[in-house]
Each structure stands twice: as C-alpha cells, then as structure tokens.
Design a protein around this ligand. Structure first.
Ligand code: ACO
Ligand code: LMR
Length: 264
C-alpha cells in the first residue's frame, strides 16, 4: 500500500490547499455569501464548529465591549508609552498586550475555572469565597479599581441582559451574581468585573447551547480559551491608541519626578 511520510505538524482548523481557504471545512466564499460575522469566524477557528446566532452575537458583543477602556488602563498606558518612544505598530501593540494577565483582562479563564468548580461542587457563595480567602487566592472576576457596588460596570450589565434574554440557561451567571452579592456585603469594591461576567456567561454558553460535550467543555476551560476574547478585543483599542499617538505626533514620554516617591 501507500506509505505516508511522517509529518511534523498536525493542523485541524484551516486548510489553504484548495481553490480557496477553508475555516473548519467551511470555504471562504460560503463565509462571505452566508453573511457570517467575526463571531462565526471565531466559532470556526477556535471551536471548530458553527454556533447558533445568539452565541456568535454574544461573542461579538464581548469583542465590542472589551475593545477599549480609555488611555489610563494598564494595556493602553503601555501602548501609548511605547508608541511615544517611536516604536512601530506591532511593538506598541504587543507592549500593551503583555499587561493582560491575572489582574488585568486575563482573569476570564480563572473566573470560569473557579466558578465552574464551585457551582458544580454545590458550594454556597459563602463557602466558595471564604474558602478562597483561606487559600489566599483573590476571587478571579471579582473586584475593580474604579467600579463599585453603587457604580457598577455597564459592560457587565449589558452582557447579563443579553444572556438573560437569549440564553436557554444562565445558571453559572446567576451563581456568579450570588457570589458578587456576598462579596459586596464584605466590601463595596468587590463587584463583578467584565472578566467575571464573560467567564461565567461563557460557561452558560458552552453548557446551554447543546453544541459541546461535557468533556469538550472541561477541555476548553482547562486549556483556557477565554482570555483570548479579551486579547483579541483589546487589540482593537491598542492599535487605535498607537495610531492616535502617531497622529498627534506625541514626543517621548517621561514620567514626572513629582509623581514618584523617592525613598530609601
Ligand atoms: N477577591 C478577594 N478579595 C479581593 C479581590 C478579590 N477578587 N479583589 C480585591 N480584594 C480585596 C483585597 O484583598 C484588598 O483587601 P486587603 O487590602 O485587605 O488585602 C481589598 O479588596 C482592596 O483591594 P485592592 O488591592 O486595593 O484592589 P485593587 O484595586 O488593587 O485590585 C483588582 C483590583 C486587581 C482587579 C483586584 O480586585 C483583583 O485582583 N481581582 C481579581 C482579578 C480580576 O478579576 N481581574 C480582572 C479585573 S477586570 C479587567 O481587568 C478588565
Ligand atoms: C478595562 O477593561 O481595561 C478595565 O476594566 C480595567 C480598568 O482598570 O479600568
């Protein structure tokens, strides 16, 4: 029979060998002719399947709501400083992206992991939050530098409203809301943040859509796909900040001495 030469790479999400590239088997022309959006493309390339419209719409809302949050946040600040140092677009972009992590924008996967584990084990919000405190771990998806119980994050409210209207079930989100109610009873800064909202709602999307097996959901949560949503979204804003600084011909940034506490 035919002897297949061993390959060094396995790839399962896209194929460019035919007349036109395919994403998870769907040719580019179908993507365009069917009026697919970026949510559909993410579904094909990340999840290797077409998801129902309410899911792809939800993904698109996440992307739009997380695209930017002003010049003062960690990512934009780094990008602005880098652009003002005369660096190119890619350098300015990645400089901002590198701030995304457990404190800033990159808490979505851990929020999904911890909320899923706590909900699936039937922990009360009290048991979950106090258990985290005992372990010395901050609850991912809870807390914000400027948002408060009496000044909640509009993005969280918009995502929750969309899901309550369109998702078949929002059990993980409701659990995260109960956790927030408990944390807010402890301190006014411990609101659900956008990472917590996306993390809990994506669990509902995965579990409620009927498009994923339990094993696939566990794998998605374990590998950590969801921070990718913030990385992708915020790239839009960081690219915008780079162009903005170049357009404004901003000089090299130097932080003022007065804003530094020099001490021994
Ligand atoms: N869980 C438990 N306690 C918390 C949490 C949390 N998630 N967040 C803050 N606290 C407590 C702190 O322990 C602190 O108490 P302490 O001084 O007695 O230790 C108190 O609240 C005040 O916290 P600060 O450190 O002043 O809060 P800060 O404004 O520096 O932190 C941050 C904000 C980094 C977002 C924090 O709330 C956090 O680590 N949250 C979890 C990670 C997360 O979800 N990040 C995503 C944020 S949204 C985004 O970036 C788009
Ligand atoms: C963001 O989306 O960048 C913000 O939630 C973070 C911040 O510090 O305001």
């Amino acid at each position: 029979g035919k002897v297949r030469a061993p390959t060094h790479i396995i790839s399962t999400i896209s194929d460019d060998r035919g007349e036109e590239p395919c994403y998870a088997g769907v040719p580019m022309s179908s993507i365009v002719e069917s009026g697919y959006g970026v949510g559909d493309v993410i579904s094909l390339l990340w999840f290797k399947r077409s998801l129902p419209r309410y899911c792809t719409h939800f993904i698109e809302i996440c992307i739009m709501l997380c695209a930017d949050h002003g010049p003062c946040v960690s990512g934009a600040h780094n990008t602005i400083v880098t652009a003002r140092a005369g660096k190119d677009l890619v350098s300015s972009l990645v400089s901002g992206l590198l701030t995304i992590g457990p404190r800033f924008g990159g808490a979505i996967d851990d929020a999904a992991r911890y909320f899923k584990d706590a909900y699936d084990r039937g922990l009360t919000p009290y048991e979950f939050v106090e258990g985290m405190k005992k372990k010395g771990i901050r609850v991912p998806g809870i807390g914000h530098r400027i948002k408060r119980g009496d000044n909640k994050d509009k993005r969280v409210e918009l995502l929750q409203l969309f899901a309550r209207t369109h998702f078949p079930s929002v059990k993980y989100m409701e659990y995260a809301v109960q956790v927030e109610t408990y944390t807010l009873s402890k301190a006014n800064n411990l609101v659900m943040n956008v990472d917590g909202a996306i993390g809990s709602l994506f669990l509902d999307l995965l579990a409620g859509s009927g498009m994923f097996t339990k094993q696939e959901i566990d794998e998605i949560v374990e590998i950590g796909y969801l921070n990718g949503l913030f990385v992708l979204a915020r790239s839009i804003g960081l690219i915008g900040h780079t162009f903005d600084q170049k357009r404004l011909k901003q000089p090299l940034y130097r932080h003022p001495w007065e804003d530094v506490l020099y001490t021994k």
